[in-house]
Design a binder for this molecule. Structure first.
Ligand code: 2NL
Length: 368
């Protein structure tokens, strides 16, 4: 009888199960006995060993293990041997469980330590420094211009970039449908609004609000209907200046512009005025200054003329003063305008103004 043969020697069966366990357990035994064996184990391998050990436990102590099968035999052993056999089975089971637990404990401790080590950060390590930013060259130039005029007693005014026809054209003595609107042509919306084509709009608002006398500059962004090329951009930066008081003459205009240019480009700078035309000034003049590079001898920057053209100016037209309620019989004033981007391009020898608006940091960071 096959079944009978199997049950012939229950003790031998338990001993065989124990031997089978010891054989498989051998490779784990060192983890509990020798701390050095664990030290060589990285986090991932230690976790793998934990899983392997759990499988070993199921195989040798689980419901389908040989030891569990042997326990079922206790009832079939002869009554006089039953007690001793039962004790023997339990001893073997306890010994196997204890061996496994010792290794489990050692592995758990090791994995916990390895996890802590892996998650540790060295708080003494230097941080990653954020790259330091800097101002745009146009902003730097605007601030230099502002500093000079503030020191001359001028206020700095700001305003909106979208304006009505009145502030951009009519108040500046540029009537509807007049050809003088062409050079100032801008971008229009459907509601009679337009993007300002010069910051004179800010000065018109300021004269309405504050009246005369008044000294101010208006730096800011302006828009023109231009096709971009190396010297034009449909959006650019401008600063306009305005001085209105009793007895203001062309001499004040020339003195102020000349002083500004000396502070900007050096004491030796000479300023030149050429008659010109603007609808909002009468008389009008464009101004040039002696080349800061060659001092007037002629070079690449001044295209061999010795002079650099910078801006326009003139005595505020009586119609402009009237449009903001300032009496031209009592007050007179001068005004001027110049391009900030153009000044930056000159100062840094840029051959293309559009570089300033591409926002390539490798280009812009050269000017901080
Ligand atoms: C140029 C020319 C100029 C003005 C701007 C102005 C403002 C008021 C009244 C009268 Cl409120 N004039 N501004 C005057 C002359 C020239 O700018 O070439 N700008 C880049």
């Amino acid at each position: 009888m096959t079944e009978g043969q199997q049950h012939e020697n229950p003790t031998a069966q338990v001993e065989a199960a124990r031997r089978a366990f010891e054989q498989e357990f051998e490779r784990f035994a060192n983890f509990a006995a020798d701390p050095a064996a664990l030290r060589g184990l990285d986090f991932k391998s230690a976790e793998a060993e934990q899983r392997a050990l759990a499988e070993l436990r199921t195989r040798h102590l689980g419901k389908k293990s040989a030891l569990a099968a042997s326990k079922k035999l206790i009832g079939r052993v002869a009554p006089e041997e039953r007690g001793a056999f039962g004790q023997f089975v339990q001893q073997q089971e306890a010994a196997v469980a204890s061996s496994i637990e010792q290794v489990e404990n050692a592995l758990n401790t090791h994995v916990a330590a390895a996890r802590t080590a892996r998650e540790a950060i060295d708080v003494t390590l230097p941080g990653r420094r954020p790259r330091r930013g800097h101002l745009h060259p146009i902003t730097l130039m605007r601030e230099r211009i502002e500093d000079i005029f503030v020191s001359l007693g001028y206020a700095i005014e700001d305003g909106r970039e979208i304006e009505t026809d009145f502030y951009n054209f009519t108040a500046l003595n540029i009537p509807d449908n007049h050809p003088a609107r062409a050079p100032q042509d801008t971008f229009y919306t459907t509601d009679g609004f337009a993007l300002r084509s010069q910051t004179s709009t800010v000065q018109i608002h300021a004269m309405q609000r504050r009246g005369a006398p008044l000294r101010m500059i208006a730096p800011g962004r302006v828009f023109r209907r231009d096709t971009p090329d190396p010297t034009h951009n449909p959006m650019f930066y401008q600063v306009e200046g305005l001085c209105v008081d009793r007895g203001i003459s062309m001499a004040h205009l020339k003195g102020t512009v000349a002083e500004f240019l000396r502070r900007m480009f050096g004491e030796q700078t000479v300023t030149r005025f050429r008659p010109s035309y603007f609808p909002f000034t009468e008389p009008s003049a464009e101004f040039d200054f002696s080349c800061f590079k060659c001092g007037g001898k002629g070079c690449r920057i001044c295209k061999n003329s010795g002079w650099i053209e910078l801006g326009g100016s003139g005595m505020v037209h009586p119609n402009v003063l009237r449009s903001v309620g300032v009496d031209p019989e009592e007050f007179s004033g001068f005004a001027f305008g110049l391009g900030i981007d153009r000044m930056v391009a000159l100062m840094y020898g840029l051959d293309d103004i559009r570089l300033l608006f591409e926002n390539d940091v490798r280009f812009l960071e050269q000017f901080d």
